[in-house]
Design a protein around this ligand. Structure first.
Ligand code: PHE
Length: 460
Protein backbone atom coordinates (compact mmCIF):
# COMPACT_ATOMS: atom_id res chain seq x y z
CA UNK A 1 0.00 0.00 0.00
CA UNK A 2 1.25 3.47 -0.81
CA UNK A 3 1.80 5.68 2.20
CA UNK A 4 -0.69 8.48 2.64
CA UNK A 5 0.74 11.82 1.87
CA UNK A 6 -2.27 13.93 1.07
CA UNK A 7 -3.35 16.01 4.05
CA UNK A 8 -5.15 19.28 4.01
CA UNK A 9 -2.75 21.90 5.18
CA UNK A 10 -5.46 24.07 6.61
CA UNK A 11 -8.66 23.55 8.51
CA UNK A 12 -10.34 25.75 5.94
CA UNK A 13 -9.20 23.44 3.15
CA UNK A 14 -10.87 20.50 4.81
CA UNK A 15 -14.13 22.36 5.31
CA UNK A 16 -14.19 23.56 1.75
CA UNK A 17 -13.75 20.09 0.37
CA UNK A 18 -16.19 18.42 2.79
CA UNK A 19 -18.82 21.09 2.25
CA UNK A 20 -18.04 21.05 -1.47
CA UNK A 21 -18.80 17.35 -1.55
CA UNK A 22 -21.94 17.56 0.56
CA UNK A 23 -23.26 20.58 -1.30
CA UNK A 24 -24.37 19.60 -4.77
CA UNK A 25 -27.26 18.44 -6.87
CA UNK A 26 -28.64 16.72 -3.78
CA UNK A 27 -29.55 20.11 -2.34
CA UNK A 28 -30.78 21.93 -5.42
CA UNK A 29 -32.01 19.22 -7.70
CA UNK A 30 -33.01 16.27 -5.51
CA UNK A 31 -34.24 17.86 -2.28
CA UNK A 32 -37.03 20.02 -3.82
CA UNK A 33 -38.28 17.23 -6.01
CA UNK A 34 -38.35 14.67 -3.22
CA UNK A 35 -40.11 17.14 -0.91
CA UNK A 36 -42.68 17.89 -3.61
CA UNK A 37 -43.17 14.21 -4.24
CA UNK A 38 -43.70 13.48 -0.55
CA UNK A 39 -46.26 16.07 0.40
CA UNK A 40 -44.20 19.05 1.57
CA UNK A 41 -43.76 20.39 5.10
CA UNK A 42 -44.25 17.21 7.10
CA UNK A 43 -41.55 15.52 5.04
CA UNK A 44 -39.22 18.49 5.56
CA UNK A 45 -39.87 18.20 9.29
CA UNK A 46 -38.90 14.51 9.35
CA UNK A 47 -35.91 15.20 7.15
CA UNK A 48 -34.59 17.87 9.51
CA UNK A 49 -35.09 15.64 12.54
CA UNK A 50 -33.18 12.87 10.79
CA UNK A 51 -30.27 15.19 10.01
CA UNK A 52 -29.71 15.29 13.77
CA UNK A 53 -30.63 11.72 14.62
CA UNK A 54 -28.95 9.91 11.73
CA UNK A 55 -26.97 12.37 9.61
CA UNK A 56 -24.72 13.89 12.24
CA UNK A 57 -23.91 10.65 14.10
CA UNK A 58 -23.06 8.83 10.85
CA UNK A 59 -21.10 11.75 9.47
CA UNK A 60 -19.02 12.00 12.64
CA UNK A 61 -18.51 8.22 12.51
CA UNK A 62 -17.32 8.15 8.89
CA UNK A 63 -14.93 11.07 9.38
CA UNK A 64 -13.62 9.42 12.54
CA UNK A 65 -13.03 6.12 10.76
CA UNK A 66 -10.96 7.88 8.10
CA UNK A 67 -9.03 10.05 10.51
CA UNK A 68 -8.20 7.26 12.96
CA UNK A 69 -7.23 4.64 10.40
CA UNK A 70 -5.70 7.06 7.89
CA UNK A 71 -7.19 5.01 5.11
CA UNK A 72 -10.12 4.71 2.75
CA UNK A 73 -13.20 2.65 3.51
CA UNK A 74 -12.25 -0.67 1.89
CA UNK A 75 -8.87 -1.04 3.61
CA UNK A 76 -10.24 0.43 6.84
CA UNK A 77 -12.90 -2.27 7.01
CA UNK A 78 -11.00 -5.11 5.41
CA UNK A 79 -8.58 -5.73 8.22
CA UNK A 80 -11.33 -6.26 10.77
CA UNK A 81 -11.16 -9.60 12.49
CA UNK A 82 -7.88 -10.39 10.77
CA UNK A 83 -5.70 -9.61 13.78
CA UNK A 84 -3.88 -12.75 15.03
CA UNK A 85 -6.01 -14.57 17.57
CA UNK A 86 -9.02 -12.37 16.79
CA UNK A 87 -11.45 -15.23 16.93
CA UNK A 88 -10.44 -16.28 20.42
CA UNK A 89 -10.11 -12.74 21.69
CA UNK A 90 -13.41 -11.48 20.33
CA UNK A 91 -15.69 -14.43 20.88
CA UNK A 92 -17.37 -16.20 17.99
CA UNK A 93 -20.40 -13.93 17.46
CA UNK A 94 -18.41 -10.73 17.36
CA UNK A 95 -15.77 -12.33 15.17
CA UNK A 96 -18.35 -13.38 12.59
CA UNK A 97 -19.95 -9.95 12.49
CA UNK A 98 -16.52 -8.41 12.07
CA UNK A 99 -15.70 -10.65 9.14
CA UNK A 100 -19.04 -9.87 7.49
CA UNK A 101 -18.66 -6.16 8.07
CA UNK A 102 -15.15 -6.25 6.68
CA UNK A 103 -16.66 -6.53 3.19
CA UNK A 104 -18.91 -3.50 3.46
CA UNK A 105 -16.33 -1.18 1.89
CA UNK A 106 -16.77 -2.94 -1.45
CA UNK A 107 -20.51 -2.34 -1.32
CA UNK A 108 -19.87 1.33 -0.61
CA UNK A 109 -17.66 1.72 -3.66
CA UNK A 110 -20.05 -0.14 -5.94
CA UNK A 111 -22.81 2.24 -4.77
CA UNK A 112 -20.51 5.19 -5.27
CA UNK A 113 -19.89 4.30 -8.93
CA UNK A 114 -23.55 3.55 -9.64
CA UNK A 115 -24.57 6.89 -8.19
CA UNK A 116 -21.81 8.80 -9.95
CA UNK A 117 -23.16 7.36 -13.20
CA UNK A 118 -26.56 9.03 -12.98
CA UNK A 119 -25.21 12.02 -11.08
CA UNK A 120 -23.14 12.65 -14.21
CA UNK A 121 -26.23 12.44 -16.39
CA UNK A 122 -27.96 15.14 -14.32
CA UNK A 123 -24.74 17.18 -14.33
CA UNK A 124 -24.95 16.90 -18.12
CA UNK A 125 -28.44 18.43 -17.96
CA UNK A 126 -26.95 21.37 -16.07
CA UNK A 127 -24.27 21.73 -18.75
CA UNK A 128 -26.96 21.75 -21.43
CA UNK A 129 -28.78 24.65 -19.77
CA UNK A 130 -25.51 26.49 -19.27
CA UNK A 131 -24.69 26.19 -22.96
CA UNK A 132 -28.19 27.19 -24.08
CA UNK A 133 -28.24 30.25 -21.84
CA UNK A 134 -24.81 31.23 -23.16
CA UNK A 135 -25.99 30.87 -26.74
CA UNK A 136 -29.02 33.09 -26.20
CA UNK A 137 -27.02 35.68 -24.29
CA UNK A 138 -24.21 35.88 -26.83
CA UNK A 139 -26.25 35.60 -30.00
CA UNK A 140 -29.38 37.25 -28.63
CA UNK A 141 -31.60 34.29 -29.43
CA UNK A 142 -34.77 33.73 -27.45
CA UNK A 143 -34.53 31.44 -24.47
CA UNK A 144 -37.54 29.17 -24.39
CA UNK A 145 -37.23 27.08 -21.22
CA UNK A 146 -39.74 24.45 -22.27
CA UNK A 147 -38.23 23.77 -25.65
CA UNK A 148 -34.68 23.74 -24.24
CA UNK A 149 -35.77 21.05 -21.81
CA UNK A 150 -37.69 19.12 -24.46
CA UNK A 151 -34.66 19.02 -26.76
CA UNK A 152 -32.64 17.53 -23.94
CA UNK A 153 -35.17 14.99 -22.77
CA UNK A 154 -35.97 13.73 -26.24
CA UNK A 155 -32.35 13.21 -27.15
CA UNK A 156 -30.71 10.45 -25.15
CA UNK A 157 -27.52 10.52 -27.20
CA UNK A 158 -27.09 14.21 -26.46
CA UNK A 159 -27.41 13.33 -22.77
CA UNK A 160 -24.80 10.63 -23.14
CA UNK A 161 -22.46 13.05 -24.88
CA UNK A 162 -22.90 15.60 -22.09
CA UNK A 163 -22.32 12.86 -19.51
CA UNK A 164 -19.11 11.98 -21.30
CA UNK A 165 -17.93 15.62 -21.29
CA UNK A 166 -18.72 15.88 -17.60
CA UNK A 167 -16.89 12.69 -16.68
CA UNK A 168 -13.93 13.85 -18.74
CA UNK A 169 -13.70 17.09 -16.75
CA UNK A 170 -14.05 15.21 -13.46
CA UNK A 171 -11.32 12.83 -14.54
CA UNK A 172 -8.93 15.63 -15.40
CA UNK A 173 -9.33 17.22 -11.97
CA UNK A 174 -8.93 13.92 -10.16
CA UNK A 175 -5.84 12.94 -12.13
CA UNK A 176 -4.26 16.31 -11.43
CA UNK A 177 -4.53 15.54 -7.73
CA UNK A 178 -7.24 16.13 -5.27
CA UNK A 179 -6.17 19.08 -3.21
CA UNK A 180 -5.17 21.43 -5.95
CA UNK A 181 -8.28 20.69 -7.95
CA UNK A 182 -11.07 20.97 -5.47
CA UNK A 183 -9.83 23.57 -3.07
CA UNK A 184 -9.22 26.31 -5.55
CA UNK A 185 -12.46 25.86 -7.49
CA UNK A 186 -14.76 25.47 -4.57
CA UNK A 187 -13.26 28.33 -2.61
CA UNK A 188 -13.70 30.75 -5.48
CA UNK A 189 -17.20 29.88 -6.54
CA UNK A 190 -19.10 28.73 -3.50
CA UNK A 191 -19.56 32.19 -1.99
CA UNK A 192 -20.80 33.54 -5.32
CA UNK A 193 -23.28 30.73 -5.60
CA UNK A 194 -24.55 31.12 -2.07
CA UNK A 195 -25.21 34.81 -2.56
CA UNK A 196 -26.94 34.01 -5.79
CA UNK A 197 -29.22 31.31 -4.40
CA UNK A 198 -30.19 33.55 -1.48
CA UNK A 199 -30.86 36.41 -3.94
CA UNK A 200 -33.03 34.18 -6.11
CA UNK A 201 -34.89 32.89 -3.06
CA UNK A 202 -35.70 36.51 -2.14
CA UNK A 203 -36.84 37.12 -5.70
CA UNK A 204 -39.11 34.06 -5.49
CA UNK A 205 -40.53 35.34 -2.23
CA UNK A 206 -41.74 38.43 -4.02
CA UNK A 207 -43.94 36.33 -6.32
CA UNK A 208 -47.64 36.18 -5.60
CA UNK A 209 -47.55 32.45 -5.06
CA UNK A 210 -44.94 32.64 -2.33
CA UNK A 211 -47.26 32.55 0.69
CA UNK A 212 -48.98 29.41 -0.45
CA UNK A 213 -45.71 27.86 -1.56
CA UNK A 214 -44.10 28.48 1.81
CA UNK A 215 -47.10 26.93 3.47
CA UNK A 216 -46.68 23.82 1.37
CA UNK A 217 -42.95 23.70 1.99
CA UNK A 218 -42.78 24.49 5.68
CA UNK A 219 -46.13 23.82 7.30
CA UNK A 220 -46.14 20.21 8.47
CA UNK A 221 -49.37 18.59 7.39
CA UNK A 222 -48.78 15.08 8.68
CA UNK A 223 -51.74 13.66 6.79
CA UNK A 224 -49.57 13.98 3.67
CA UNK A 225 -47.10 11.37 4.88
CA UNK A 226 -47.14 7.81 3.62
CA UNK A 227 -45.48 4.70 4.96
CA UNK A 228 -42.63 5.30 2.51
CA UNK A 229 -41.87 8.82 3.77
CA UNK A 230 -39.49 7.83 6.56
CA UNK A 231 -37.33 5.70 4.25
CA UNK A 232 -37.24 8.44 1.65
CA UNK A 233 -36.15 11.00 4.22
CA UNK A 234 -33.42 8.64 5.45
CA UNK A 235 -32.22 8.23 1.86
CA UNK A 236 -32.15 11.96 1.23
CA UNK A 237 -30.17 12.56 4.44
CA UNK A 238 -27.56 9.97 3.40
CA UNK A 239 -27.37 11.28 -0.15
CA UNK A 240 -27.05 14.94 0.67
CA UNK A 241 -24.49 14.41 3.44
CA UNK A 242 -22.52 11.96 1.26
CA UNK A 243 -23.01 9.09 3.73
CA UNK A 244 -22.77 5.43 2.80
CA UNK A 245 -20.36 6.07 -0.07
CA UNK A 246 -17.10 5.98 1.82
CA UNK A 247 -16.54 9.57 0.69
CA UNK A 248 -16.47 11.03 4.17
CA UNK A 249 -14.11 8.24 5.25
CA UNK A 250 -11.69 9.29 2.53
CA UNK A 251 -12.06 12.94 3.54
CA UNK A 252 -11.48 11.99 7.16
CA UNK A 253 -8.27 10.27 6.14
CA UNK A 254 -7.02 13.52 4.58
CA UNK A 255 -8.00 15.54 7.64
CA UNK A 256 -5.30 17.11 9.72
CA UNK A 257 -4.92 16.31 13.41
CA UNK A 258 -6.08 19.79 14.35
CA UNK A 259 -9.59 19.50 12.92
CA UNK A 260 -12.14 18.22 15.39
CA UNK A 261 -14.33 15.46 14.03
CA UNK A 262 -17.52 16.19 16.02
CA UNK A 263 -17.33 19.91 15.31
CA UNK A 264 -16.74 19.25 11.62
CA UNK A 265 -19.66 16.82 11.41
CA UNK A 266 -21.94 19.29 13.13
CA UNK A 267 -20.99 22.23 10.93
CA UNK A 268 -21.13 20.39 7.63
CA UNK A 269 -24.56 18.93 8.43
CA UNK A 270 -26.03 22.28 9.52
CA UNK A 271 -24.62 24.16 6.57
CA UNK A 272 -25.84 21.58 4.09
CA UNK A 273 -29.37 21.59 5.52
CA UNK A 274 -29.56 25.37 5.41
CA UNK A 275 -28.68 25.34 1.72
CA UNK A 276 -31.41 22.79 1.03
CA UNK A 277 -33.96 24.95 2.82
CA UNK A 278 -32.98 28.04 0.85
CA UNK A 279 -33.20 26.00 -2.36
CA UNK A 280 -36.75 25.02 -1.40
CA UNK A 281 -37.72 28.65 -0.81
CA UNK A 282 -36.27 29.50 -4.21
CA UNK A 283 -38.06 26.76 -6.13
CA UNK A 284 -41.49 26.23 -4.57
CA UNK A 285 -43.08 29.60 -5.42
CA UNK A 286 -42.16 28.88 -9.04
CA UNK A 287 -43.77 25.48 -9.26
CA UNK A 288 -46.82 25.88 -7.12
CA UNK A 289 -49.29 25.18 -9.91
CA UNK A 290 -47.72 21.88 -10.83
CA UNK A 291 -47.43 20.50 -7.30
CA UNK A 292 -49.55 17.52 -6.56
CA UNK A 293 -49.71 16.48 -10.21
CA UNK A 294 -46.91 13.96 -9.97
CA UNK A 295 -43.48 15.54 -9.73
CA UNK A 296 -40.54 14.45 -11.84
CA UNK A 297 -36.76 14.76 -11.46
CA UNK A 298 -36.99 17.57 -14.00
CA UNK A 299 -38.55 19.92 -11.40
CA UNK A 300 -35.52 22.19 -11.03
CA UNK A 301 -35.10 22.50 -14.78
CA UNK A 302 -38.79 23.23 -15.28
CA UNK A 303 -38.87 25.99 -12.72
CA UNK A 304 -35.75 28.09 -12.20
CA UNK A 305 -35.12 28.93 -15.90
CA UNK A 306 -38.50 30.70 -15.99
CA UNK A 307 -37.24 33.10 -13.39
CA UNK A 308 -34.51 34.19 -15.77
CA UNK A 309 -36.42 33.97 -19.02
CA UNK A 310 -38.92 36.57 -17.87
CA UNK A 311 -36.52 39.39 -17.23
CA UNK A 312 -34.32 41.59 -19.37
CA UNK A 313 -30.73 40.39 -19.17
CA UNK A 314 -31.99 37.28 -17.39
CA UNK A 315 -29.81 35.10 -19.66
CA UNK A 316 -26.75 36.41 -17.87
CA UNK A 317 -28.20 35.54 -14.49
CA UNK A 318 -29.03 32.14 -16.00
CA UNK A 319 -25.44 31.70 -17.09
CA UNK A 320 -24.06 32.53 -13.66
CA UNK A 321 -26.62 30.31 -11.92
CA UNK A 322 -26.03 27.26 -14.08
CA UNK A 323 -22.29 27.81 -14.06
CA UNK A 324 -22.24 27.82 -10.26
CA UNK A 325 -24.61 24.85 -10.13
CA UNK A 326 -22.33 23.06 -12.52
CA UNK A 327 -19.29 23.73 -10.35
CA UNK A 328 -21.22 22.41 -7.33
CA UNK A 329 -22.07 19.26 -9.29
CA UNK A 330 -18.45 19.01 -10.35
CA UNK A 331 -17.25 19.30 -6.74
CA UNK A 332 -19.54 16.44 -5.71
CA UNK A 333 -18.62 14.29 -8.69
CA UNK A 334 -14.96 14.81 -7.91
CA UNK A 335 -15.64 13.65 -4.35
CA UNK A 336 -17.35 10.51 -5.69
CA UNK A 337 -14.66 9.63 -8.20
CA UNK A 338 -11.89 10.45 -5.75
CA UNK A 339 -13.45 7.99 -3.30
CA UNK A 340 -13.32 5.19 -5.85
CA UNK A 341 -9.78 6.12 -6.87
CA UNK A 342 -8.47 6.36 -3.30
CA UNK A 343 -9.87 2.89 -2.58
CA UNK A 344 -8.47 1.40 -5.76
CA UNK A 345 -5.03 2.82 -5.04
CA UNK A 346 -4.94 1.66 -1.47
CA UNK A 347 -6.04 -1.86 -2.25
CA UNK A 348 -3.99 -2.46 -5.38
CA UNK A 349 -0.83 -1.08 -6.86
CA UNK A 350 -2.78 0.91 -9.44
CA UNK A 351 -1.50 4.33 -10.42
CA UNK A 352 -3.74 7.33 -9.79
CA UNK A 353 -4.23 7.96 -13.51
CA UNK A 354 -5.08 4.33 -14.32
CA UNK A 355 -7.47 4.06 -11.38
CA UNK A 356 -9.19 7.29 -12.42
CA UNK A 357 -9.61 6.32 -16.06
CA UNK A 358 -10.88 2.83 -15.25
CA UNK A 359 -13.41 4.14 -12.70
CA UNK A 360 -14.65 6.87 -15.05
CA UNK A 361 -15.06 4.37 -17.88
CA UNK A 362 -17.10 2.07 -15.66
CA UNK A 363 -19.35 5.03 -14.80
CA UNK A 364 -19.75 6.03 -18.41
CA UNK A 365 -20.75 2.51 -19.29
CA UNK A 366 -23.33 2.35 -16.50
CA UNK A 367 -24.58 5.84 -17.40
CA UNK A 368 -25.96 4.64 -20.74
CA UNK A 369 -29.15 3.47 -19.03
CA UNK A 370 -30.03 6.67 -17.11
CA UNK A 371 -28.93 8.81 -20.08
CA UNK A 372 -31.43 7.08 -22.35
CA UNK A 373 -34.14 6.96 -19.71
CA UNK A 374 -36.12 9.97 -20.96
CA UNK A 375 -35.93 9.06 -24.65
CA UNK A 376 -35.25 5.54 -25.91
CA UNK A 377 -36.28 4.00 -22.59
CA UNK A 378 -39.11 6.47 -21.93
CA UNK A 379 -41.83 3.85 -21.92
CA UNK A 380 -39.92 1.32 -19.88
CA UNK A 381 -41.04 1.03 -16.29
CA UNK A 382 -39.50 -0.74 -13.33
CA UNK A 383 -42.21 -1.71 -10.83
CA UNK A 384 -44.42 0.94 -12.40
CA UNK A 385 -41.81 3.70 -12.08
CA UNK A 386 -39.85 5.38 -14.89
CA UNK A 387 -36.25 4.15 -15.18
CA UNK A 388 -34.44 7.20 -13.80
CA UNK A 389 -36.67 7.50 -10.74
CA UNK A 390 -36.51 3.76 -10.12
CA UNK A 391 -32.71 3.82 -10.36
CA UNK A 392 -32.42 6.82 -8.05
CA UNK A 393 -34.97 5.36 -5.62
CA UNK A 394 -33.35 1.94 -5.41
CA UNK A 395 -29.88 3.32 -4.79
CA UNK A 396 -30.73 6.20 -2.51
CA UNK A 397 -33.71 4.90 -0.54
CA UNK A 398 -32.57 1.31 -0.15
CA UNK A 399 -28.91 0.66 -0.73
CA UNK A 400 -27.38 3.85 0.72
CA UNK A 401 -29.04 3.51 4.16
CA UNK A 402 -27.94 -0.13 4.35
CA UNK A 403 -24.34 0.73 3.50
CA UNK A 404 -24.37 3.71 5.87
CA UNK A 405 -25.50 1.46 8.72
CA UNK A 406 -22.82 -1.12 7.88
CA UNK A 407 -20.09 1.54 7.87
CA UNK A 408 -21.34 2.92 11.18
CA UNK A 409 -20.93 -0.51 12.73
CA UNK A 410 -17.43 -0.76 11.28
CA UNK A 411 -16.65 2.50 13.10
CA UNK A 412 -17.84 1.05 16.40
CA UNK A 413 -15.98 -2.24 16.11
CA UNK A 414 -12.84 -1.05 14.38
CA UNK A 415 -11.92 1.97 16.48
CA UNK A 416 -10.99 1.65 20.11
CA UNK A 417 -13.54 3.16 22.42
CA UNK A 418 -10.85 5.22 24.06
CA UNK A 419 -9.98 6.77 20.70
CA UNK A 420 -13.62 7.43 19.92
CA UNK A 421 -13.92 9.22 23.21
CA UNK A 422 -10.76 11.22 22.65
CA UNK A 423 -12.18 12.70 19.48
CA UNK A 424 -14.95 14.22 21.56
CA UNK A 425 -12.84 15.16 24.52
CA UNK A 426 -10.33 17.04 22.43
CA UNK A 427 -12.98 19.74 22.02
CA UNK A 428 -12.68 22.14 24.93
CA UNK A 429 -16.38 22.31 25.69
CA UNK A 430 -17.88 21.09 28.94
CA UNK A 431 -20.73 19.02 27.56
CA UNK A 432 -18.55 16.91 25.28
CA UNK A 433 -18.48 13.94 27.63
CA UNK A 434 -22.24 13.76 27.56
CA UNK A 435 -22.29 14.36 23.84
CA UNK A 436 -20.02 11.37 23.37
CA UNK A 437 -22.50 9.16 25.20
CA UNK A 438 -25.34 10.52 23.04
CA UNK A 439 -23.34 9.95 19.88
CA UNK A 440 -22.60 6.37 20.84
CA UNK A 441 -26.20 5.69 21.62
CA UNK A 442 -27.27 7.22 18.31
CA UNK A 443 -24.77 5.41 16.11
CA UNK A 444 -25.20 2.11 17.92
CA UNK A 445 -28.96 1.86 18.34
CA UNK A 446 -31.04 4.83 17.37
CA UNK A 447 -29.81 5.60 13.85
CA UNK A 448 -29.62 1.95 12.68
CA UNK A 449 -33.09 1.33 14.14
CA UNK A 450 -34.54 4.34 12.31
CA UNK A 451 -32.90 3.26 9.05
CA UNK A 452 -34.25 -0.24 9.45
CA UNK A 453 -37.72 1.03 10.27
CA UNK A 454 -37.60 3.26 7.18
CA UNK A 455 -36.66 0.28 5.02
CA UNK A 456 -39.38 -1.95 6.46
CA UNK A 457 -42.08 0.72 6.15
CA UNK A 458 -41.17 1.21 2.51
CA UNK A 459 -41.99 -2.44 1.88
CA UNK A 460 -45.60 -1.92 2.95
N1 PHE B 1 -23.86 15.05 -1.28
C1 PHE B 1 -23.83 15.30 -2.69
C2 PHE B 1 -25.04 16.09 -3.09
O1 PHE B 1 -25.83 16.45 -2.26
C3 PHE B 1 -23.74 14.00 -3.45
C4 PHE B 1 -22.50 13.26 -3.13
C5 PHE B 1 -22.54 12.05 -2.53
C6 PHE B 1 -21.27 13.82 -3.40
C7 PHE B 1 -21.38 11.38 -2.20
C8 PHE B 1 -20.11 13.15 -3.06
C9 PHE B 1 -20.17 11.93 -2.47
O2 PHE B 1 -25.25 16.37 -4.21
Amino acid sequence: MEPRVTRWGTRFGFYLAAVGSAFGLGNLWRFPYVVADNGGGAFVFIYLALVFLIGMPFLIGELMLGKQTGSAVIPAARRMGKEPGAKEAQGRGRYISMRLLSRSGYLAIATCLMILAYYSVISGWVLHFLVRFSISALWAGDFEPNSVLAILLNNGWLQLLLTFVHLLLVMIVVIRGFEAGVESWVSKLMPVFLIMVVGLALRSLSLESSAEALRFFLYPDFSQLTTASLGRAVGQVCFTLSLGFGTMVTFGSYMSERVSVPVAGFRVAIFDSLISLVAGVMIFPLVLQSLGQGVAPTLLFESVPFLFAKEAGGEWVGIIFFFCLYVAALGSSIGLLETAVANARETSKMRRSTATIVSALICLFIAVVPALSTSVLRDQKIAGTPVLEAWDGLLVNWILPIVAVLISQVVLLRIDQSHQKEEFESVPVMAMGRLYAHWRFAIRYLAPALCLLGLILQLL
